[in-house]
Design a protein around this ligand. Structure first.
Ligand code: COA
Length: 710
């Protein structure tokens, strides 16, 4: 895990910069970079480096970085890949703090060796590498543009960190068109050394950056990213676009938890857990970023829709539900507030319908009423284009009111539906940074993103939930299984660990023969369940290794014979140790609870609807550990089946506390037991409130080798 970089300020605010490969040839990147640095108005020292020396763009060029007298904070490298390692060696020797390596031709094409070498040589002398394979950095703080972008970069409050250089260059274009000013744009490329977390550390405290937008393809150190993101999102909004929603790699996973995880499902949930806002696409990301940088946060949850059309009002209501915007529903108060601004045939319910005859002054009256009422915290103005509206009318109804709201610190967004007039007006208004959208869903999506941010900021940091467990005893069970050559624990071993941790399991006994199976069943009490015990069989039901609901001795005998027959037929080479006889548990709500060491995010937990259809239903949610009890509750509430736990059709509420406790306990095992990589309980049967839960089937997979536990 990389540590916090004390020097990071110098990457964004260098006092001097060397351009290695600066060139007078207008067709070369080394020329564009020099040109952008000079044109951008950078006031620090600029040192072009070129083997020929002379002058480049009117500035004295040096043949080698070693010839420069004075300190260099940043060296921007634009020479072919085969020369880069040597160049980095010289920079490191010179004491350069950061190398910005624009050059391509490293790990992205399989040349990992040179990339590794360059980082090692740099780090040995305390120098760090941004890139390689990047377009450079723009930083408004010191008016420095080391990119080879063709367009001038507008300065402002949006900080962009992008893994893709090419997409980053298009973002500069989009920012210009959308009139979104940037505080910085940095490309991280191959992330050989400096990564998003390092850059976030700086952007969290930098005043100029109001909103952070990150484009990511992969995560290198997920645990650190989570830690830094959680801090960042408490201070300013972080919007993330991540490509690659594929399930690749999930197929091979040995547990449901692993296969349900896929890289993206985990990423999505964990990013949300950190308070970051994940946008679907670039347009949404820019919409949110722009809205969040220019508008005040709501002081409370009550939003109102003001519309001139019933249908549009319904659409807006649907959108509010989708994006988590709460509509104010105190009908009496709504009537008092909006009656003076609503015709008799309109409606003061929310949506407030001021009807199709509404002119700009009618909108202003209704907006004014909302603006001055302290119970209303956010407004969505919805317009259907009618003959009442020319461009100027929209100006009066939208721009005028927008300015009033902004001055009063109350957010307002506008959804305009219509034809040419609306299109033209929207384009003009958006250039002035007024939050006007031609689609109601886009308008509400921005307001929803703002609410998500606000809710995260307002959330208090509850105490982390944890329990003490007997790590030594668990480790010794794991060691025993390893000595046995197994990569997983037998079900009875898993059940023992559950018992040690205080998770109730059904009574069970192991039997090696038919006779002892019958005896064990009688000792446990009918009905019973019988399962094969074999180190070679992980998925027992797939091979016919389970018999359920056995009611008497005869059924136990037939069940035993059937299991042996099925296993021999389906897995002829499996060594069979015997069978496990367990109590048939009473029915309840079947959940799945898992804990695993995620490749990217480390210890992670999952909860969802259990049973045999888990992979079809995919009704699960994930979180990175550690977390507080309240956050576990949020995770449970996120699954679609949550109402089942609350009790449907007269059923009593389930023992949700028992579910939370089980998650905390599995979390403690995965965080502290270095030999375990996956634990899964499916089903965890949850009974009525106060009656607890039972872990019916427990599967535990071992890590290939002991991992580090923190
Ligand atoms: N020190 C200083 N200057 C050096 C040098 C060294 N060790 N080695 C070469 N140079 C000079 C060259 O003489 C040349 O200057 P000149 O025009 O005055 O002769 C300049 O550096 C550039 O070298 P050149 O060999 O002409 O390379 P190039 O400009 O054709 O290509 C890169 C260099 C870095 C642009 C190219 O290798 C590359 O990686 N391109 C892809 C970049 C990219 O897409 N990055 C990702 C963006 S998202």
């Amino acid at each position: 895990m990389s540590k916090q970089d004390k020097n990071i300020k110098y990457l964004f605010e260098p006092r001097s910069i060397a351009v290695i490969g600066a060139s007078s040839d207008k067709g070369k990147i080394g020329h564009s970079v020099m040109n952008n640095i000079i044109k951008g108005g950078y006031q620090g020292k600029i040192y072009p480096i070129n083997p020929r020396g002379g002058e480049i763009e009117g500035i004295k060029a040096y043949k080698s970085i070693m010839d420069i007298n004075g300190e260099i904070d940043v060296a921007c490298i634009t020479i072919p890949a085969k020369f880069v390692v040597d160049s980095v060696r010289q920079c490191a020797a010179k004491g350069v703090k950061y190398g910005i390596v624009i050059t391509s031709g490293f790990s992205e094409i399989g040349n990992s060796e040179d990339e590794r070498k360059m980082v090692q040589i740099a780090n040995e002398k305390g120098m760090r590498i941004l890139g390689p394979n990047i377009f450079g950095i723009y930083t408004a703080e010191v008016s420095l543009n080391t990119t080879f972008s063709g367009s001038a970069i507008p300065s402002g409050g949006l900080g962009i960190v992008t893994q893709s250089g090419a997409l980053g260059l298009t973002m500069i274009g989009q920012a210009t068109v959308g009139n979104v000013g940037l505080s910085t744009i940095v490309s991280v490329g191959n992330k050989a050394d400096v990564d998003e977390a390092d850059l976030l550390e700086y952007l969290i405290t930098q005043e100029r950056t109001k909103v952070i937008l990150m484009y990511m393809e992969g995560v290198r150190d997920g645990e650190r990213l989570v830690e830094v993101l959680k801090r960042a999102t408490k201070v300013k909004p972080v919007v993330i676009i991540k490509s690659g929603r594929s399930q690749r790699g999930a197929m091979a996973a040995a547990s449901h938890t692993g296969s349900l995880a896929g890289s993206d499902a985990v990423f999505d949930d964990i990013i949300k857990q950190c308070g970051a806002l994940r946008a679907e696409n670039m347009k949404e990301a820019f919409d949110w970023s722009k809205f969040l940088s220019n508008n005040p946060l709501p002081r409370g949850e009550n939003a109102v829709i003001i519309t001139n059309g019933g249908g549009a009002g319904v659409l807006a209501t649907d959108a509010c539900e989708k994006f988590g915007v709460n509509l104010y529903d105190d009908m009496e108060n709504l009537k008092t507030i909006f009656s003076p601004a609503t015709p008799e045939f309109g409606s003061t319910k929310n949506p407030v319908d001021i009807t199709g005859q509404a002119k700009s002054e009618d909108y202003t009256k209704a907006f004014d009423a909302a603006l001055h009422d302290p119970e209303i915290h956010a407004v969505l103005g919805v317009f259907c284009e009618t003959s009442m509206f020319t461009h100027e009318d929209f100006d009066r109804a939208v721009e005028h009111n927008y300015r009033q709201f902004k001055a009063a610190g109350k957010p307002i967004v506008f959804g305009l539906l219509g034809g040419e007039t609306v299109s033209e007006y929207t384009r003009d208004a958006r250039r002035k940074n007024i939050p006007v959208y031609e689609d109601i869903y886009d308008a509400v999506s921005s307001l929803g993103a703002m609410y998500s941010f606000k809710r995260y900021v307002d959330e208090k940091d509850d105490e982390i939930a944890d329990v003490a467990i007997d790590v030594k005893a668990i480790d010794s069970i794991v060691d025993g299984a390893r000595r046995d050559g197994r990569s997983f624990l037998f079900s009875h071993e898993g059940q023992n660990i559950m018992k040690m941790t205080g998770i109730p399991v059904p009574k069970s006994l192991i039997a090696m023969t038919i006779e002892s199976a019958v005896k064990s069943a009688a000792a446990i009490g009918y009905p019973v369940v019988m399962k094969v015990v074999s180190k070679d069989i992980l998925h027992k039901s797939d091979v016919g290794g389970i018999a359920l609901d056995l009611e008497n001795d005869q059924e136990v005998i037939s069940g035993y014979e059937a299991i042996m027959r099925n296993c021999r037929m389906n897995m002829p080479n499996a060594a069979i140790e015997g069978v496990e006889i367990s109590e048939m548990v009473k029915p309840g709500t079947e959940m799945i609870v898992g804990a695993m060491v995620d490749k990217t995010f480390g210890p992670t937990v999952m909860v969802g609807l259990g049973g045999i259809y888990v992979e079809v239903m995919k009704d699960v949610s994930f979180r990175a550990l550690p977390m507080a009890r309240t956050q576990i509750m949020e995770m449970i509430k996120e699954i679609r089946s949550y109402p089942l736990l609350m009790g449907v059709r007269g059923e009593k509420t389930r023992d949700i506390n028992a579910l939370v406790d089980t998650i905390i306990k599995l979390g403690a095992i995965i965080r502290n037991c270095k030999g375990i990589s996956d634990i899964e309980i499916n089903p965890l049967v949850i009974y009525e409130q106060g009656m607890g839960a039972r872990a019916v089937d427990v599967r535990i997979i071992l890590s290939k080798e002991d991992r580090e536990v923190r």
